[in-house]
Ligand binder design. Structure first.
Ligand code: ZN
Length: 233
């Protein structure tokens, strides 16, 4: 498999939304906040494994294993969770689980060397498509747009914000929405902007890196993590 030639299939946003909504309704229902940690560990039986300094050393918040049996998370983000960012990371990994498992399987990755070759060779643009798709899934999964719209209207009426520029309103109410949905203020504001069909910025970091795998190899010597080997699934 020549990783340089990988082309990530385009998935329309409405398709991602439907998949996120269906998945949430199946495993949670249609109430907020969506308790993604409980869905992952109790309903899907995917183990969450905190790893010390994962973000600091590898610039990643989370990583799902190839057999979908576990998700590694940055220990501090998970334990202290000051911004709810970790919930978005878990939902992002579920996005890969739902949207990309067949695609990753087609890459034929079977060893740590394959993983490193994959990361080094997949075109940056194609990799960014994978990440953007998983982020869109996470956003729709944690912030159901119908409920979000209802909450936004309620706040606008309560605080009489009807005649204020929409972008300013979104920025103003993001903290309050974030608390209700258990997400970060940034994720809340992006979803609010998305309600207005405004182009949301895509300032998302990668979730896979060579440094991560090297770090894991050192930390768990003798135990090989088989990321992106979807053959067993
Ligand atoms: Zn990712």
């Amino acid at each position: 498999m020549k990783y340089k030639n990988i082309t990530v299939p385009f998935i329309r946003i409405d398709e991602i939304k439907i998949k996120a909504d269906d998945f949430r309704k199946k495993f949670w229902g249609n109430t907020i906040p969506v308790e993604v940690e409980a869905i992952v560990e109790i309903k899907l039986k995917i183990k969450i494994i905190p790893i010390p300094n994962l973000f600091k050393l590898c610039s990643v918040d989370s990583q799902i294993s190839s057999n979908f049996a576990s998700i590694l998370v940055d220990q501090d983000s998970y334990l202290y969770n000051e911004t709810n960012r970790i919930y978005f990371s878990l939902a992002h990994e579920l996005g890969h689980y739902i949207l990309h498992k067949e695609l990753f399987s087609s890459f034929g990755i079977k060893s740590i060397e394959d993983v490193i070759a994959f990361i080094n060779n997949i075109p940056e643009k194609q990799y960014s498509f994978l990440e953007a798709q998983a982020n869109k899934f996470a956003s729709h999964f944690l912030l159901p747009r119908d409920i979000l719209l209802g909450e936004k209207k309620e706040i606008i009426e309560k605080y009489k914000l009807q005649n204020i520029n929409d972008k300013m309103v979104n920025s103003y109410i993001a903290d309050s929405i974030a608390k209700k949905f258990n997400v970060s203020s940034q994720a809340a504001e992006l979803a609010l902007d998305d309600l207005n069909n405004k182009k949301a910025s895509k300032n998302w970091g990668p979730c896979v890196s060579v440094r991560l795998f090297q770090y894991l190899q050192q930390t768990f010597s003798g135990h090989t993590f088989r990321f992106f080997d979807f053959q067993k699934f």
